[in-house]
Each structure stands twice: as structure tokens, then as C-alpha cells.
Design a protein around this ligand. Structure first.
Ligand SMILES: Nc1ncnc2c1ncn2[C@@H]1O[C@H](COP(=O)(O)OP(=O)(O)O)[C@@H](O)[C@H]1O
Ligand SMILES: [Mg+2]
Length: 322
């Protein structure tokens, strides 16, 4: 909108008809027209009715682009920070793992070296019994080493995704559990352990990979024993659900906080506290267990309370039994 206004009485000499709004006199831009009308003083007054809206509309596309760029920058920054924190945690865990592994390998290696030294120094006077004892030590420790290496290799294979279980056998879960737990080295353990069976599932025959399933049970029992006090009590039970079997391993050990429970199935995770430093492990057991159970289309969940004990429930579906 514009008008030519006389300075003194402010009467418009010319205006663009019909469009002059009330706001015009207050917020117009004024310029003197003295160059054209030498004698009189006239002003050309111009008013933009929707100045602000017009400017904003003009800038809107740039505004939107800037906001999008800003968002992208913020999101990228948050992502980078997250990745860095994750990497840092991972590298700490890997360091712990390497420390643990060195520690775990050092013990059998030094035992083997000591026992073989004794054998090397043996002469005719050494009794057969003594020789046999040291050979047995070497044999046992060697087996332990082999098992540990196999465990680590298995996890490495799992990560490469070329790890497949072989569910070829229809197995009675109760039978395998009993055999596995009976075979465990409980008599070698320093603390006496009380194992209670409540294998109540009826006819729990499921297609499973026998070897890996045994390892799963071994891992859970091993943890229940390791993370317990002086009198470990482990209860192993099974019961039916309409579509499968639930296997429960319950201990009266040190338990875990809710925060720990969220992480125990992660690779390399071990509770980073000093008070269980004497307890050895790679932090791979539960990662392996979860992987194997999931490959059986099952699931695993944990419930635990600090200083009260932990309970692991494994669900295995009957699935297609043909
Ligand atoms: N039964 C349990 N009671 C208390 N803590 C447990 C139990 N089982 C597992 N955990 C915790 O979960 C962590 C991961 O377990 P796992 O993957 O088997 O590794 P590892 O046995 O080598 O420490 C353990 O370091 C421990 O902190
Ligand atoms: Mg373990």
C-alpha cells in the first residue's frame, strides 16, 4: 500500500484506493519527495500490510533447512558419543578378557610344566605310582586347557555366524540334565555342594543338540556354584508348559543387582567388582547359553536379588517333533 501525503495536514494527495489499512499511518516507511515538488513538502509513504509474515514466508525454506541440518548435527554428535562410549566399554571388556584368559591359561600351563619337570627328573627309584600321578596331572590339565580353547573358539565361530547347531536327536531333557550334572566335577570342588533335583516335567522329549545343550547346563551350574557362598545349594527343576518345557536353575549365591542382570548375556561381561576376583571366567558363558537356547527357538530369563540368590529359567518349545 502506498500514498503520497502532504506534510502539514497529512491529507493524502494520492493513494492506492481501497487498500489503505488502519495500520498504515503508524508503521509505514516514509521518504520525502522534495526533489519532485520543490515548493511543497510531500512524502511518499509505503506500507507493507503483512511485512513480518512475508519475510518469514520468504525465509521459511531456509529456516526448515537450517533446522534439519541442526538436527542432523545433534543426532550425529549423540551417535558419535554413544559409539565412543560403547567402544571404550568394549575395549575395557576385551582387556579384562585378555587378563582373565592369560590368568586361566597360566595355571594349567605352570602345573603341566611342573609335573613334566618331575617326570623328567624321575629315575628308576621313582615309584610307578608317583609317575602315574604326575602323568595324570598333565593329562587333566591338558584337557582343561583344551576345553578352554574350544570354548573360546566356539564363541569366535558364533560371531562369524557360521555356527549352526545340529538338532538331530530327540532327547529326554530330564535324562540329559541328570547325567550332565552327575558328571560335573562336584567332588573336585573345594566346597561341598548340595544339588536338589525336581525334574517334574513329564515326557520332556525335545529335538536338541545334545553336546551344546549339555554345555548350557554345565555353564549354568558352574555359575551357580562359582557365584555362591560357602554352602552352595543348587536346585534344578523342570516342568511342562502347554508348548514346551521350562528348566530352572536356582541358587542361593551372591545374586546380582538389576543393573547387572541386564548385561550378563552380553559378550565378555563380568561383574567388575573386586570381591569376586578369585572367581575365574571369561564372561562368555551366558552369552553362549543365550545363543544356543535361541538357536533352539527357546528363551532364557534371569531373576535375582543381591545376597539372596539367582534363578535362570530356560524355555524350550517342543516344536516340530517329526
Ligand atoms: N548364578 C549367578 N549368581 C550371581 N551372578 C551370576 C550368576 N551367573 C552369572 N552371574 C554374573 O554374570 C556374569 C557373566 O557370567 P558368565 O557369562 O557365565 O561369565 P563368567 O562365568 O565367565 O564370569 C558373571 O561374571 C557374574 O557376575
Ligand atoms: Mg560362567
Amino acid at each position: 500500500e502506498f500514498a503520497i501525503i502532504e506534510c502539514g495536514n497529512r491529507s493524502p494527495l494520492y493513494k492506492k484506493e481501497g487498500t489503505i489499512s488502519d495500520k498504515f499511518p503508524m508503521s509505514c516507511h516514509t521518504t520525502g519527495l522534495s526533489c519532485i515538488w520543490q515548493t511543497h513538502c510531500y512524502n511518499l509513504e509505503v506500507y507493507f500490510p503483512d511485512k513480518q509474515k512475508f519475510i518469514i514466508l520468504k525465509l521459511l525454506s531456509w529456516l526448515i533447512i537450517s533446522v534439519i541440518f541442526l538436527l542432523i548435527v545433534i543426532i550425529s554428535f549423540a551417535y558419535i558419543v554413544k559409539v565412543i562410549v560403547k567402544q571404550k566399554k568394549l575395549s575395557e571388556m576385551k582387556n579384562d578378557f585378555i587378563n582373565n584368559m592369560t590368568h586361566e591359561f597360566k595355571t594349567p600351563i605352570s602345573t603341566i610344566s611342573m609335573a613334566s619337570e618331575v617326570l623328567l627328573k624321575a629315575d628308576e627309584k621313582t615309584s610307578q605310582e608317583r609317575l602315574k600321578k604326575y602323568s595324570q596331572v598333565i593329562f587333566d590339565e591338558n584337557n582343561r586347557l583344551k576345553l578352554q580353547v574350544e570354548r573360546v573358539l566356539e564363541i569366535a565361530q558364533m560371531d562369524k555366524h557360521d555356527f549352526k547347531i545340529d538338532k538331530k536327536d530327540q532327547e529326554n531333557v530330564n535324562d540329559i540334565i541328570r547325567k550332565t550334572v552327575d558328571n560335573l566335577c562336584m567332588e573336585h570342588c573345594q566346597r561341598p555342594v548340595d544339588i536338589i533335583y525336581k525334574l517334574n516335567a513329564e515326557n520332556p522329549v525335545i529335538k536338541i543338540d545334545r553336546l551344546h545343550f549339555k554345555n548350557v547346563i554345565n555353564n549354568l551350574i558352574d555359575n551357580a556354584y562359582k557365584y555362591s557362598g560357602d554352602k552352595p545349594k543348587i536346585e534344578i527343576s523342570t516342568h511342562n508348559t502347554p508348548e514346551g518345557v521350562i528348566i530352572t536353575v536356582h541358587d542361593n549365591g551372591i545374586g546380582m543387582s538389576t543393573e547387572t542382570q541386564k548385561q550378563i548375556f552380553n559378550k565378555f561381561y563380568r561383574l567388575p567388582t573386586g570381591n569376586i576376583h578369585n572367581v575365574k571366567g571369561f564372561g562368555l558363558g551366558l552369552y553362549y547359553v543365550k545363543n544356543i537356547i535361541e538357536q533352539h527357538d527357546g528363551s532364557i530369563k534371569v531373576s535375582s536379588e543381591l545376597n539372596r540368590g539367582s534363578r535362570f529359567d530356560i524355555y524350550l518349545p517342543f516344536g516340530n517333533t517329526n
